[in-house]
Structure formats: C-alpha cells, structure tokens
Design a protein around this ligand. Structure first.
Ligand code: GDP
Ligand code: MG
Length: 163
C-alpha cells in the first residue's frame, strides 16, 4: 500500500487541476467509484527517483451539497482519516471565504495537521496572498499555480518527507 495524501478544499480552488498535475494524467489511474466512493478520485504521484504516493481528490464539496453536511462530509472525512497527509487547497486570488473557514474549523476539530496549498498564484503578489492565510496555522504553506505546473515540484519535495 502506498502512503496516501488527501486533497480537500471548497469547490473551484483547483483541487482537480492539482490532482492532474501531481498524477500527470486523467487516465485509468483517475477513476470514479460510483456509489460507495462517489466523487472520490484516486491516483498515484510518481517521479523519477522518488517513492510514489497515492492521492485522493475528495472533490465532493460542491453544488447543492455545499458545506460540510451529509454524504459529502462523510466522503471528505473518510479521505482525511485514511490519509497520511492532508493538503488543504485554497484560492490565492480570493482570500479566505466562509467555506474555507468552515473547512479549517473542521480540520482543527479533527486534530489533523495539514499543509496549506495556496493555488492560482500566477500573476499575483504571492507574499500578499500567503499573508491572508497565515492565521490558518498550517504545518507548511506552499504557493502553487497548478494550471501551469508552477510550485508543483516544490510541493512534492515538501510532501515526501512527511510520508
Ligand atoms: P476544484 O473544484 O477545486 O476541483 O477546481 P478545478 O480544478 O476544477 O479548477 C477550477 C477552476 O480554476 C478551473 O477553471 C481551473 O482552470 C482554474 N484553475 C486551476 N488552477 C489554476 C491556476 O493555477 N491558476 C489559475 N489562474 N486558474 C486555475
Ligand atoms: Mg474538482
């Protein structure tokens, strides 16, 4: 069994984009499991000379099920519980939203440490974006632009020693 890393975060912050950047694919490694694990996508991050790790994109905090209620909450909770490391993904262009705060409170209650991945940092003042999230108390804060593969090697370098 590979160690598992969970991606959590509100809709539209770029979790799936980051998942694809880390797994470098949308192929058979990325699949839905209808029913039991709806909206949970598993993949593997492999790089030359590095021990591979598994990834799960919880992806379910969306639409009418927005918020941490019901089936989606169970999804995300299960992913977090089975994961070695949680990546809390936020949008560096927007700053903290109420749903980010909700997820933060939930992570704190779970007692899990997490890395904060600040995405969409392309073309913005990165230091200012990171400062908005300083109070979140993440173990590490890593700026990325998943859509452009920026920061992704650094993120992997941060993840691997934690597993
Ligand atoms: P998810 O709902 O968290 O899985 O988010 P998605 O991966 O579906 O991305 C939501 C939107 O953000 C899409 O339109 C992406 O193209 C966009 N996006 C993702 N990563 C980046 C990034 O690094 N920079 C910018 N500017 N947009 C991004
Ligand atoms: Mg998604």
């Amino acid at each position: 069994m590979l160690p598992l890393v969970a991606l959590v975060g509100r809709p539209n912050v770029g979790k799936s984009t980051l998942f694809n950047a880390l797994t470098r694919s949308r192929d058979a490694l990325v699949h839905d499991e209808p029913g039991v694990t709806r909206d949970r996508h598993y993949g593997v991050c492999r790089r030359e000379g590095m021990r591979p790790f598994g990834l799960v994109d919880t992806g379910g905090l969306s639409g009418e099920e927005e918020g941490l209620a019901g089936a989606t909450a169970r999804q995300a909770r299960a992913a977090v519980e089975e994961a070695e490391l949680v990546l809390f993904v936020v949008d560096g262009r927007e700053g903290p939203s109420s749903l980010d705060e909700e997820i933060l409170a939930w992570l704190r209650r779970s007692g899990r440490g997490f890395f904060l991945v600040v995405n969409k940092t392309d073309g913005i003042d990165i230091a200012a974006a990171l400062a908005e999230y300083a109070r979140f108390g993440a173990t590490k804060v890593i700026p990325v632009a998943a859509a452009h593969q920026r920061g992704v090697p650094e993120l992997i370098d941060a993840i691997v020693p934690e597993l």
